[in-house]
Write a protein that binds this ligand. Structure first.
Ligand SMILES: [Zn+2]
Length: 531
């Protein structure tokens, strides 16, 4: 949350999907009067569809490689679609100096890979988890979480070269078709038909991620070792130490292992399986390669760390933070308290909150610049009428605090329990907020109460929003990580600091050695995204 552009399109996609689901189901039930039992389209199913629909991608399988495979153009076209979804659903992280550095390292590897069929690009995804992935055609993404763990340019190069190899080898990533597909296929075929009419056929075919989460494609072991083999060769040709990939993978593994329990949602290993033999294979093959002699972009750790310094580590406060149920968005300046006990997810376009059993869901987004909520609502009703032949059961002009609002409700009676679909628009502080709630009648009040908590952030609240930033500290003579951390306000334990820096915890540090730490810092409009 929250980018303004494309918002309208995405809302449209989402509500069409929901509403057409309701209508299609109702129509089929109505058309078969003797058919029993009626298949109720339960709220839980719909909520599942919404949650799963948001992150859905268009990768219906990468084109298989080989001389006789489909033309590279197909990969490029698919890639362009997926790139949009990555931006909309995961979100890119903007930090110009780090992006420029990443691109420069990437460009050296692309030159070494020498495969002009693809259009490579290198971007940072706004994920705290360590992650890296490639999409068809050449889009390569690394997360903030992964960058924080890099200690040598060669390690980063190893990861990027591995992803480049997945692209050049046109590895067919098997999609884990969780969520939306089973849900939709259990519904009448005309739902998919109507979705396809809306050019959303691809949407139902292959989810790329859980909401805001991992790229769920998973390569086979064979593809993984092929990418390792080709990747380290590319890295060596570009002047990098090929063994660095195994060092990076080991650190990533340690990092993933250190984040046990609920904190760990996914990692690079969900898409790139690690096997016991994988590291050994890399080491064995790397030993046989002689890297070209070329200078690094960042020749030493001090210059490398300078490219990374200031990056948010862990939660990035810029797109908004949750403090228990309260969502606070410092950059746009608003807050909303979601129902207690619900599960939250902040994606670039929506803040999503769902009942733990998915019996109800509430989404918050920005529909555009501030305008008359009633006009926005009437426009929406008209679209629903023409595109989905749906009429609201109620419309209401109201207010949220001092701010004008308009609420439109649709009712789905096709299930055993009626489900309400509420749309609300609120004009506040230069924006029109759009809230979408789906719930049975019993939860209507819960939704209403949550919507009424929407208000501008106070300056005190805004000033209290903090996050952790990656900082670089030079060691003093004879210092150990524990002392260095204590004097520099490092929030990481000495053990974790050692892991991140590839050091052992009680090493006596050489004077002047740069060490990565994380410090709790206040979010400000100036330092929001970068520095
Ligand atoms: Zn891989």
């Amino acid at each position: 949350m929250i980018r303004h552009e494309n918002d309208v399109t995405n809302h449209r996609i989402m509500w069409l999907l929901i509403v057409q689901g309701l209508i299609a189901n109702a129509a089929v039930n109505a058309g078969r009067p003797g058919s029993h039992p009626r298949r109720p389209l339960r709220v839980a199913v719909i909520a599942g569809v919404i949650l799963a629909a948001l992150p859905v991608g268009t990768v219906t399988g990468f084109s298989q490689g080989g001389l006789f495979g489909p033309s590279p153009r197909r990969d490029l076209e698919q890639g362009a679609e997926v790139a949009k979804l990555v931006e909309q659903q995961i979100g890119l992280y903007s930090m110009p100096k780090t992006e420029a550095y990443l691109r420069e390292v990437g460009a050296r590897l692309v030159a070494a890979a020498n495969d002009p069929r693809w259009k490579f690009s290198f971007q940072i995804v706004d994920q705290s988890e360590p992650n890296a992935f490639a999409i068809p055609g050449g889009g390569i993404y690394v997360s903030r979480g992964l960058l924080a763990l890099v200690n040598r340019e060669d390690e980063l190069a190893g990861v990027l070269a591995h992803e480049i190899a997945h692209v050049t080898q046109r590895h067919s990533a098997r999609q884990q078709r969780k969520g939306i597909l089973p849900g939709l296929l259990s519904l009448p075929g005309n739902l998919v038909g109507s979705v396809v009419d809306e050019n959303l056929g691809a949407l139902v075919n292959a989810p790329i991620a859980t909401v805001g989460g991992a790229w769920l494609s998973r390569y086979s072991r064979g593809q993984e070792s092929e990418s390792d083999r080709i990747g380290i060769r590319t890295a060596a040709q570009a002047g990098y130490d090929p063994i660095a990939l195994s060092e990076m993978l080991r650190r990533l593994e340690q990092d993933v292992a250190s984040q046990t329990g609920e904190g760990r949602r996914f990692s690079i290993f969900d898409s790139h399986p690690m096997t016991e033999t994988r590291l050994k294979d890399i080491q064995r093959r790397a030993a046989a390669l002689t890297p070209a002699t070329k200078p690094r972009v960042a020749p030493d750790s001090a210059s490398l760390f300078a490219e990374l310094e200031g990056m948010w580590w862990g939660e990035n406060p810029e797109p908004g933070v949750f403090r228990t149920n309260q969502f606070l968005q410092p950059a746009i300046g608003f807050t909303l308290t979601f129902p207690e006990g619900w599960r939250h997810q902040n994606t670039p376009q929506y803040v999503i909150s769902a009942h733990p059993k998915q019996e109800a869901v509430l989404l918050l987004g920005i529909a555009g610049a501030a305008s008359d909520p009633e006009a926005v609502g009437q426009n929406f009703i008209e679209k629903m009428r023409t595109k989905a032949r749906a009429e609201p059961v109620s419309t209401r002009k109201t207010s949220v605090g001092e701010f004008p609002a308009f609420v439109v409700t649709y009712l789905d009676r096709s299930g055993r329990a009626s489900a309400y679909l509420h749309f609300a628009w609120v004009a506040m502080g230069g924006n029109t907020y759009q809230l979408i709630g789906l719930a049975a009648e019993a939860d209507r009040e819960t939704l209403r109460n949550a919507v009424l908590t929407l208000r501008p952030l106070t300056s005190v609240e805004r000033g209290a929003i903090t996050g952790k930033r990656l900082r670089i500290v030079a060691a003093r003579r004879g210092e150990r990580l524990e002392n260095l951390g204590a004097r520099s306000g490092n929030v990481w334990s000495p053990t974790y600091t050692a892991l991140v820096n590839g050091l052992s915890v009680d090493t006596e540090l050489p004077e002047g050695q740069p060490v990565k730490i994380a410090r709790e810092e206040r979010w400000t409009a100036k330092t929001g995204a970068s520095r």
